[in-house]
Ligand binder design. Structure first.
Ligand SMILES: [Zn+2]
Length: 307
């Protein structure tokens, strides 16, 4: 089988010397190019209407125009005229992968899911919430009813959780391994943690957790998800920042552990016959080749489970 992965060189806005390694998306695409098992395709950009189903007019206008600047930079990227077109493309990648997953069972987008983005502002390097924008677009098109986000980034998906509170057809499972108060680069993430609700659940991994703790938490999380209901689509935030050498990770997960994590997610999707689309999410290990390795391993996991 082949897996479609959505990539566009326009994903990367010029953000200067930044802790967010924005070049990684191109490096992952380079790592996939020439692999006959993966088909790289360019997504169409989101429309403004797609954004406005999820985000406020004031926030969308701020990112488009740069004014007011504090709101346009609330995600902590320097604003430039290229920012808005780039986030329309990354969100478009997320939507395209979700749509293709419904048709083919599995697909990927070489973008972040932007799980810290709220309706009226950005946080933690996340401008617009691609996961929820894709969900609402496909729901508006009548393509699906219920979507579950499986968020295994190092950080709690607070933006998705906040958006889930007004979307009963969306379930957000966030299994995370850090405390924002001690996590300097994410100090701007003001809404640390919501109280869990019927359709947004979180599991914090204790510092030092490894494969066994993670897989146990995933089993508990998947049980909660299925107790909520059977989704028409899974959106997987396959973060690389839980990796043990990541400067923000208090976990002990190595490449083999994260590969086991990815396999477990895809086995769950296949076992329950739920289409799945995944995105790359965070990853800040200084040696960027190790970040890229985590993301390429997610493809190996998907290919081995669905191939
Ligand atoms: Zn993260």
């Amino acid at each position: 089988m082949t897996i479609t992965a959505y990539y566009h060189p326009g994903y990367a806005a010029p953000i200067g010397d930044h802790v967010m390694p924005i070049t990684k998306f191109a490096l992952v695409a380079d790592g996939l190019r020439g692999d006959p098992r993966v088909r790289l395709e360019e997504p169409a950009p989101l429309s403004e209407a797609d954004l406005l189903r999820v985000h406020t007019r004031d926030y969308v206008d701020a990112v488009r125009t740069g004014e007011p600047r504090a709101l346009a930079e609330s995600q902590k990227f320097p604003w430039s005229p290229q920012l808005y077109p780039s986030v329309l493309l990354t969100g478009g990648g997320c939507l395209a992968a979700a749509r293709t997953a419904l048709a083919e069972g599995v697909a990927a987008a070489l973008v972040s899911g932007f799980h810290h983005a709220h309706a009226d502002h950005g946080e933690g390097f996340c401008t617009f919430n691609g996961l929820v924008v894709a969900t609402d677009a496909l729901r508006a098109a009548g393509a699906l009813e219920r979507v579950a986000v499986v968020d295994l980034d190092l950080h709690y998906g607070n933006g998705t959780a906040s958006l889930a509170t007004t979307r009963p057809m969306l379930f957000n499972l966030s299994i995370y391994g850090n405390d924002y108060h001690r996590n300097q680069p994410f100090r701007d993430v003001t809404t640390v943690h919501h109280t869990d609700g019927h359709n947004h659940r979180s599991i914090a991994l204790p510092n030092g957790s490894g494969r066994a703790e993670l897989l146990d938490a995933m089993a508990a999380g998947f049980a909660r998800l299925l107790a909520w209901g059977r989704p028409d689509l899974l959106l997987y935030q396959a973060g690389a920042d839980p990796y043990c050498e990541d400067p923000y990770s208090p976990l002990t997960l190595d490449h083999a552990d994260l590969l086991a994590r990815d396999r477990r997610v895809f086995e769950f999707a296949r076992g329950e016959r739920i289409p799945i689309a995944w995105v790359l999410a965070g990853g800040y290990t200084k040696d960027i080749a190790k970040v890229v390795r985590v993301h390429l391993n997610t493809f190996e996991a998907a290919l081995s489970v669905f191939g």
